[in-house]
Design a protein around this ligand. Structure first.
Ligand code: SF4
Length: 384
Protein backbone atom coordinates (compact mmCIF):
# COMPACT_ATOMS: atom_id res chain seq x y z
CA UNK A 1 0.00 0.00 0.00
CA UNK A 2 3.06 2.27 0.30
CA UNK A 3 2.79 4.80 -2.55
CA UNK A 4 6.58 5.21 -2.71
CA UNK A 5 6.96 1.49 -3.34
CA UNK A 6 4.63 1.78 -6.31
CA UNK A 7 6.63 4.58 -7.91
CA UNK A 8 8.45 3.02 -10.84
CA UNK A 9 9.56 6.27 -12.50
CA UNK A 10 13.32 6.49 -13.09
CA UNK A 11 15.69 8.73 -11.13
CA UNK A 12 17.12 11.60 -13.18
CA UNK A 13 20.83 12.32 -12.83
CA UNK A 14 21.02 15.68 -14.58
CA UNK A 15 24.61 16.43 -15.54
CA UNK A 16 23.53 19.16 -18.00
CA UNK A 17 24.70 17.94 -21.42
CA UNK A 18 24.33 14.34 -20.16
CA UNK A 19 21.03 13.18 -18.73
CA UNK A 20 21.02 9.75 -17.16
CA UNK A 21 17.87 8.07 -16.01
CA UNK A 22 18.43 5.23 -13.59
CA UNK A 23 15.71 2.62 -13.20
CA UNK A 24 13.89 2.99 -9.85
CA UNK A 25 14.88 -0.57 -8.95
CA UNK A 26 18.03 -2.12 -10.33
CA UNK A 27 20.91 -4.39 -9.36
CA UNK A 28 21.37 -6.70 -6.40
CA UNK A 29 18.32 -8.44 -5.04
CA UNK A 30 17.85 -9.78 -1.51
CA UNK A 31 18.81 -13.34 -2.55
CA UNK A 32 22.13 -12.30 -4.06
CA UNK A 33 23.10 -10.02 -1.17
CA UNK A 34 22.22 -12.77 1.28
CA UNK A 35 24.29 -15.34 -0.66
CA UNK A 36 27.36 -13.11 -0.86
CA UNK A 37 27.15 -12.31 2.84
CA UNK A 38 26.98 -16.02 3.72
CA UNK A 39 29.91 -16.77 1.40
CA UNK A 40 32.23 -14.25 3.06
CA UNK A 41 31.09 -15.31 6.53
CA UNK A 42 31.88 -18.92 5.58
CA UNK A 43 35.42 -17.93 4.60
CA UNK A 44 35.88 -16.07 7.90
CA UNK A 45 34.51 -18.97 9.97
CA UNK A 46 36.60 -21.67 8.34
CA UNK A 47 40.27 -20.69 8.30
CA UNK A 48 42.52 -23.39 6.86
CA UNK A 49 39.64 -25.37 5.33
CA UNK A 50 39.08 -25.98 1.64
CA UNK A 51 35.99 -24.00 0.67
CA UNK A 52 34.02 -24.74 -2.48
CA UNK A 53 31.00 -23.35 -4.16
CA UNK A 54 28.97 -25.89 -6.02
CA UNK A 55 28.87 -23.60 -9.04
CA UNK A 56 29.09 -19.93 -9.91
CA UNK A 57 27.49 -18.13 -6.99
CA UNK A 58 25.59 -15.81 -9.26
CA UNK A 59 26.01 -14.90 -12.89
CA UNK A 60 28.44 -12.05 -12.51
CA UNK A 61 32.13 -12.42 -13.40
CA UNK A 62 33.34 -9.65 -11.05
CA UNK A 63 31.55 -11.13 -8.03
CA UNK A 64 32.80 -14.62 -8.86
CA UNK A 65 36.38 -13.35 -9.35
CA UNK A 66 36.13 -11.67 -5.93
CA UNK A 67 35.04 -14.95 -4.34
CA UNK A 68 37.89 -16.81 -6.07
CA UNK A 69 40.38 -14.25 -4.77
CA UNK A 70 39.24 -15.21 -1.24
CA UNK A 71 40.20 -18.83 -1.92
CA UNK A 72 36.76 -20.16 -2.89
CA UNK A 73 36.84 -22.72 -5.72
CA UNK A 74 33.98 -23.78 -8.01
CA UNK A 75 33.10 -27.49 -8.32
CA UNK A 76 30.96 -27.17 -11.46
CA UNK A 77 30.50 -24.69 -14.26
CA UNK A 78 27.16 -23.01 -15.03
CA UNK A 79 26.02 -25.98 -17.12
CA UNK A 80 26.69 -28.54 -14.42
CA UNK A 81 29.96 -29.77 -15.99
CA UNK A 82 32.36 -30.98 -13.35
CA UNK A 83 35.44 -28.76 -12.82
CA UNK A 84 36.64 -30.58 -9.70
CA UNK A 85 35.45 -34.20 -9.32
CA UNK A 86 33.37 -34.87 -6.21
CA UNK A 87 35.65 -37.83 -5.35
CA UNK A 88 38.38 -35.31 -4.49
CA UNK A 89 36.21 -33.95 -1.67
CA UNK A 90 36.39 -35.07 1.95
CA UNK A 91 34.02 -34.69 4.90
CA UNK A 92 36.30 -31.93 6.17
CA UNK A 93 35.64 -29.66 3.20
CA UNK A 94 33.07 -26.90 3.12
CA UNK A 95 30.69 -26.84 0.14
CA UNK A 96 28.29 -23.94 -0.31
CA UNK A 97 25.07 -24.30 -2.25
CA UNK A 98 24.57 -21.25 -4.51
CA UNK A 99 21.58 -18.89 -4.51
CA UNK A 100 19.93 -20.91 -7.32
CA UNK A 101 19.80 -23.99 -5.08
CA UNK A 102 20.78 -27.44 -6.31
CA UNK A 103 19.31 -30.77 -7.27
CA UNK A 104 18.31 -33.43 -4.73
CA UNK A 105 20.73 -35.82 -6.46
CA UNK A 106 23.76 -33.55 -5.92
CA UNK A 107 22.73 -32.84 -2.33
CA UNK A 108 22.58 -36.60 -1.72
CA UNK A 109 26.00 -37.17 -3.33
CA UNK A 110 27.60 -34.51 -1.13
CA UNK A 111 25.86 -35.77 2.01
CA UNK A 112 27.18 -39.27 1.29
CA UNK A 113 30.73 -37.87 1.36
CA UNK A 114 29.87 -36.45 4.79
CA UNK A 115 29.50 -32.82 3.74
CA UNK A 116 26.75 -30.93 5.55
CA UNK A 117 25.14 -28.99 2.71
CA UNK A 118 22.48 -27.44 4.96
CA UNK A 119 25.13 -25.58 6.98
CA UNK A 120 26.31 -23.32 4.16
CA UNK A 121 23.24 -23.22 2.00
CA UNK A 122 22.69 -19.87 0.25
CA UNK A 123 19.59 -21.00 -1.67
CA UNK A 124 17.37 -17.95 -2.04
CA UNK A 125 14.15 -18.14 0.01
CA UNK A 126 12.21 -17.09 -3.09
CA UNK A 127 13.54 -20.11 -4.98
CA UNK A 128 12.60 -22.30 -2.02
CA UNK A 129 9.14 -20.76 -2.15
CA UNK A 130 8.77 -22.11 -5.70
CA UNK A 131 9.85 -25.57 -4.50
CA UNK A 132 7.36 -25.44 -1.61
CA UNK A 133 4.58 -24.33 -3.93
CA UNK A 134 5.44 -27.19 -6.33
CA UNK A 135 5.29 -29.63 -3.46
CA UNK A 136 1.95 -28.23 -2.29
CA UNK A 137 0.29 -28.58 -5.69
CA UNK A 138 1.92 -32.00 -6.17
CA UNK A 139 0.15 -33.15 -3.00
CA UNK A 140 -3.12 -32.20 -4.67
CA UNK A 141 -2.24 -34.40 -7.65
CA UNK A 142 -1.31 -31.71 -10.12
CA UNK A 143 1.63 -32.28 -12.47
CA UNK A 144 4.13 -29.43 -12.54
CA UNK A 145 4.98 -27.35 -15.59
CA UNK A 146 8.15 -25.32 -15.01
CA UNK A 147 8.64 -22.24 -17.17
CA UNK A 148 12.43 -21.91 -17.33
CA UNK A 149 15.60 -22.46 -19.30
CA UNK A 150 16.15 -26.24 -19.16
CA UNK A 151 19.92 -25.93 -18.62
CA UNK A 152 19.85 -23.11 -16.06
CA UNK A 153 20.99 -24.17 -12.55
CA UNK A 154 17.84 -22.86 -10.92
CA UNK A 155 15.54 -24.65 -13.36
CA UNK A 156 17.52 -27.88 -12.94
CA UNK A 157 17.22 -27.53 -9.16
CA UNK A 158 13.49 -26.71 -9.28
CA UNK A 159 12.91 -29.56 -11.74
CA UNK A 160 14.68 -31.99 -9.43
CA UNK A 161 12.63 -30.87 -6.41
CA UNK A 162 9.36 -30.87 -8.37
CA UNK A 163 10.06 -34.25 -9.97
CA UNK A 164 10.59 -35.65 -6.46
CA UNK A 165 6.91 -35.03 -5.75
CA UNK A 166 5.03 -35.07 -9.07
CA UNK A 167 5.36 -35.66 -12.83
CA UNK A 168 7.14 -32.54 -14.14
CA UNK A 169 7.95 -30.93 -17.50
CA UNK A 170 10.05 -27.86 -18.33
CA UNK A 171 8.79 -25.48 -21.02
CA UNK A 172 11.24 -22.89 -22.20
CA UNK A 173 8.87 -20.43 -23.87
CA UNK A 174 5.40 -19.91 -25.30
CA UNK A 175 6.34 -21.94 -28.40
CA UNK A 176 6.96 -24.99 -26.22
CA UNK A 177 3.82 -24.26 -24.17
CA UNK A 178 1.76 -24.29 -27.40
CA UNK A 179 3.41 -27.54 -28.36
CA UNK A 180 2.64 -29.03 -24.94
CA UNK A 181 -0.98 -27.95 -25.39
CA UNK A 182 -1.08 -30.16 -28.50
CA UNK A 183 -0.47 -33.16 -26.21
CA UNK A 184 -3.04 -31.96 -23.66
CA UNK A 185 -5.75 -31.72 -26.32
CA UNK A 186 -4.62 -34.91 -28.03
CA UNK A 187 -3.99 -33.13 -31.33
CA UNK A 188 -0.41 -34.35 -31.33
CA UNK A 189 0.54 -38.05 -31.21
CA UNK A 190 1.67 -38.99 -27.69
CA UNK A 191 4.81 -40.72 -28.96
CA UNK A 192 6.42 -37.53 -30.29
CA UNK A 193 6.25 -35.90 -26.82
CA UNK A 194 9.17 -37.96 -25.56
CA UNK A 195 11.33 -36.91 -28.49
CA UNK A 196 10.28 -33.29 -28.50
CA UNK A 197 10.69 -32.78 -24.76
CA UNK A 198 13.72 -35.06 -24.36
CA UNK A 199 15.63 -34.11 -21.20
CA UNK A 200 12.77 -31.88 -20.04
CA UNK A 201 10.36 -34.38 -18.42
CA UNK A 202 10.64 -36.43 -15.24
CA UNK A 203 11.29 -40.19 -15.22
CA UNK A 204 8.19 -42.29 -15.86
CA UNK A 205 6.21 -39.33 -17.22
CA UNK A 206 3.03 -40.79 -18.69
CA UNK A 207 1.67 -38.50 -21.39
CA UNK A 208 -1.67 -40.35 -21.41
CA UNK A 209 -2.54 -39.18 -17.87
CA UNK A 210 0.10 -36.80 -16.48
CA UNK A 211 -1.29 -33.71 -18.21
CA UNK A 212 -4.85 -34.03 -16.87
CA UNK A 213 -4.25 -31.70 -13.90
CA UNK A 214 -1.45 -29.14 -14.09
CA UNK A 215 0.06 -26.11 -12.39
CA UNK A 216 2.74 -23.70 -13.65
CA UNK A 217 5.73 -22.49 -11.63
CA UNK A 218 8.75 -20.64 -12.97
CA UNK A 219 12.46 -20.05 -12.88
CA UNK A 220 12.25 -16.88 -10.80
CA UNK A 221 14.21 -14.75 -13.25
CA UNK A 222 12.08 -15.39 -16.32
CA UNK A 223 10.03 -12.48 -17.61
CA UNK A 224 7.04 -12.34 -15.26
CA UNK A 225 4.79 -11.37 -18.17
CA UNK A 226 5.96 -14.42 -20.17
CA UNK A 227 5.23 -16.81 -17.29
CA UNK A 228 1.84 -15.20 -16.80
CA UNK A 229 1.06 -15.50 -20.52
CA UNK A 230 2.05 -19.19 -20.52
CA UNK A 231 -0.01 -19.88 -17.37
CA UNK A 232 -3.05 -18.03 -18.79
CA UNK A 233 -2.73 -19.89 -22.07
CA UNK A 234 -2.45 -23.36 -20.51
CA UNK A 235 -5.32 -22.58 -18.16
CA UNK A 236 -7.50 -21.69 -21.16
CA UNK A 237 -6.47 -24.91 -22.92
CA UNK A 238 -7.45 -26.95 -19.84
CA UNK A 239 -10.78 -25.12 -19.47
CA UNK A 240 -11.66 -25.75 -23.11
CA UNK A 241 -10.58 -29.36 -23.05
CA UNK A 242 -12.58 -30.13 -19.90
CA UNK A 243 -15.46 -27.67 -20.57
CA UNK A 244 -14.88 -25.76 -17.35
CA UNK A 245 -16.07 -22.32 -16.29
CA UNK A 246 -13.61 -19.93 -14.62
CA UNK A 247 -15.05 -20.59 -11.16
CA UNK A 248 -14.12 -24.27 -11.31
CA UNK A 249 -10.94 -24.02 -13.40
CA UNK A 250 -9.01 -25.08 -10.29
CA UNK A 251 -10.28 -28.63 -10.84
CA UNK A 252 -7.69 -28.94 -13.60
CA UNK A 253 -5.38 -25.96 -13.25
CA UNK A 254 -3.63 -24.94 -10.01
CA UNK A 255 -3.32 -21.25 -9.18
CA UNK A 256 0.39 -20.52 -8.59
CA UNK A 257 0.58 -16.78 -9.18
CA UNK A 258 2.39 -16.11 -5.95
CA UNK A 259 5.66 -17.80 -7.00
CA UNK A 260 7.03 -14.81 -8.90
CA UNK A 261 10.10 -13.27 -7.26
CA UNK A 262 9.48 -9.70 -6.07
CA UNK A 263 12.99 -8.52 -7.09
CA UNK A 264 12.68 -9.80 -10.65
CA UNK A 265 9.25 -8.27 -10.90
CA UNK A 266 10.35 -4.91 -9.46
CA UNK A 267 13.40 -4.69 -11.74
CA UNK A 268 11.23 -5.54 -14.76
CA UNK A 269 8.45 -3.11 -13.80
CA UNK A 270 11.04 -0.38 -13.17
CA UNK A 271 12.39 -0.93 -16.70
CA UNK A 272 8.89 -0.47 -18.09
CA UNK A 273 8.60 2.77 -16.06
CA UNK A 274 12.01 3.91 -17.32
CA UNK A 275 11.04 3.21 -20.93
CA UNK A 276 8.14 5.67 -20.68
CA UNK A 277 10.74 8.45 -20.80
CA UNK A 278 12.13 9.24 -24.29
CA UNK A 279 15.90 8.64 -24.54
CA UNK A 280 18.67 8.11 -27.09
CA UNK A 281 19.62 4.62 -25.94
CA UNK A 282 19.63 2.25 -23.00
CA UNK A 283 22.51 0.54 -21.20
CA UNK A 284 21.81 -2.72 -19.41
CA UNK A 285 24.61 -3.84 -17.11
CA UNK A 286 25.20 -7.42 -16.00
CA UNK A 287 26.96 -10.74 -16.55
CA UNK A 288 26.61 -12.06 -20.09
CA UNK A 289 25.20 -15.37 -18.80
CA UNK A 290 22.71 -13.71 -16.45
CA UNK A 291 19.19 -14.73 -17.35
CA UNK A 292 17.41 -11.86 -15.60
CA UNK A 293 19.75 -9.30 -17.21
CA UNK A 294 19.05 -10.64 -20.70
CA UNK A 295 15.32 -10.25 -20.02
CA UNK A 296 15.85 -6.59 -19.13
CA UNK A 297 17.74 -6.20 -22.42
CA UNK A 298 14.80 -7.76 -24.26
CA UNK A 299 12.38 -5.28 -22.70
CA UNK A 300 14.57 -2.29 -23.64
CA UNK A 301 15.33 -3.55 -27.17
CA UNK A 302 11.64 -3.39 -28.01
CA UNK A 303 11.69 0.39 -27.57
CA UNK A 304 15.12 1.86 -28.33
CA UNK A 305 18.77 1.05 -29.21
CA UNK A 306 20.09 -1.01 -26.30
CA UNK A 307 23.60 -2.06 -25.33
CA UNK A 308 24.24 -4.99 -22.98
CA UNK A 309 27.52 -4.35 -21.19
CA UNK A 310 29.42 -6.12 -18.41
CA UNK A 311 31.15 -3.07 -16.92
CA UNK A 312 32.74 0.28 -17.79
CA UNK A 313 35.47 -1.70 -19.62
CA UNK A 314 32.94 -2.20 -22.43
CA UNK A 315 32.96 1.54 -23.04
CA UNK A 316 36.11 1.89 -25.11
CA UNK A 317 35.75 5.63 -25.80
CA UNK A 318 33.12 8.24 -26.60
CA UNK A 319 33.09 6.71 -30.08
CA UNK A 320 32.96 2.96 -29.41
CA UNK A 321 31.20 0.58 -27.06
CA UNK A 322 31.35 -3.22 -26.87
CA UNK A 323 27.81 -4.59 -26.87
CA UNK A 324 27.05 -8.22 -26.03
CA UNK A 325 24.52 -9.55 -28.52
CA UNK A 326 23.01 -12.29 -26.34
CA UNK A 327 20.77 -13.52 -29.18
CA UNK A 328 23.87 -14.58 -31.10
CA UNK A 329 26.13 -14.92 -28.06
CA UNK A 330 28.83 -12.61 -29.38
CA UNK A 331 30.35 -9.23 -28.64
CA UNK A 332 30.11 -6.49 -31.28
CA UNK A 333 31.74 -3.10 -31.35
CA UNK A 334 29.18 -0.35 -31.91
CA UNK A 335 30.53 2.87 -33.43
CA UNK A 336 29.19 6.37 -32.72
CA UNK A 337 26.86 5.18 -29.98
CA UNK A 338 26.76 8.67 -28.45
CA UNK A 339 24.59 10.90 -30.66
CA UNK A 340 26.12 14.19 -31.83
CA UNK A 341 23.63 16.37 -29.98
CA UNK A 342 23.07 17.72 -26.51
CA UNK A 343 21.76 16.82 -24.09
CA UNK A 344 22.36 13.11 -24.60
CA UNK A 345 19.75 11.09 -22.75
CA UNK A 346 20.62 7.59 -21.54
CA UNK A 347 18.56 5.01 -19.62
CA UNK A 348 20.51 2.68 -17.31
CA UNK A 349 19.54 -0.45 -15.41
CA UNK A 350 21.33 -3.57 -14.18
CA UNK A 351 20.56 -7.19 -13.42
CA UNK A 352 19.96 -8.75 -10.00
CA UNK A 353 23.52 -10.10 -9.84
CA UNK A 354 25.28 -6.84 -10.73
CA UNK A 355 27.08 -4.86 -8.01
CA UNK A 356 26.11 -1.16 -7.90
CA UNK A 357 29.80 -0.21 -8.12
CA UNK A 358 29.77 -1.34 -11.76
CA UNK A 359 26.90 1.01 -12.58
CA UNK A 360 28.69 3.83 -10.79
CA UNK A 361 31.85 3.15 -12.82
CA UNK A 362 29.83 3.44 -16.03
CA UNK A 363 28.22 6.73 -14.99
CA UNK A 364 31.62 8.16 -14.04
CA UNK A 365 33.13 7.12 -17.38
CA UNK A 366 30.27 8.58 -19.41
CA UNK A 367 30.32 11.82 -17.39
CA UNK A 368 34.03 12.10 -18.25
CA UNK A 369 33.14 12.52 -21.95
CA UNK A 370 31.05 15.68 -21.33
CA UNK A 371 31.57 19.14 -19.91
CA UNK A 372 29.30 18.22 -17.03
CA UNK A 373 27.79 20.79 -14.70
CA UNK A 374 28.14 18.52 -11.66
CA UNK A 375 30.91 15.99 -11.06
CA UNK A 376 29.88 12.40 -10.36
CA UNK A 377 30.97 12.92 -6.73
CA UNK A 378 28.66 15.93 -6.38
CA UNK A 379 25.85 13.89 -7.88
CA UNK A 380 26.44 11.03 -5.39
CA UNK A 381 26.48 13.59 -2.57
CA UNK A 382 23.14 14.96 -3.77
CA UNK A 383 21.49 11.52 -3.62
CA UNK A 384 23.05 10.23 -0.42
S1 SF4 B 1 16.27 -12.86 -8.37
FE1 SF4 B 1 14.71 -13.31 -6.77
S2 SF4 B 1 14.76 -15.54 -6.57
FE2 SF4 B 1 16.63 -14.96 -7.66
S3 SF4 B 1 18.18 -14.74 -6.05
FE3 SF4 B 1 17.24 -12.71 -6.35
S4 SF4 B 1 15.57 -12.53 -4.83
FE4 SF4 B 1 16.14 -14.69 -5.05
Amino acid sequence: MDKMKKDFSPTLLDFGPLQIRLARHFGFCYGVENAIEIAFRTVAENPGKRIYLLSEMIHNPQVNADLRSHGIEFLQDTYGRQLIPFDQLTADDVVMIPAFGTTLEIEKQLNEIGIQTEKYNTTCPFVEKVWNRSEAIAKKDYSIIIHGKPKHEETRATFSHAAGSAPSVVVEDMKQAVSLAGYITGEKPAATFYEEFAGQYSGGFDISKDLERIGVVNQTTMLASDTQAIADYLKKVMMEKYHLQEAVAGERFADTRDTLCYATLDNQTAVSGMLDVPADFALVVGGYNSSNTSHLVELCEERLPTYFIGSSDNIISEKEIIHYDFHHKMETVIHDYLPAKQPVSILITSGASCPDALVEGIIRKLAGYFQVEFSADEMIEQFS
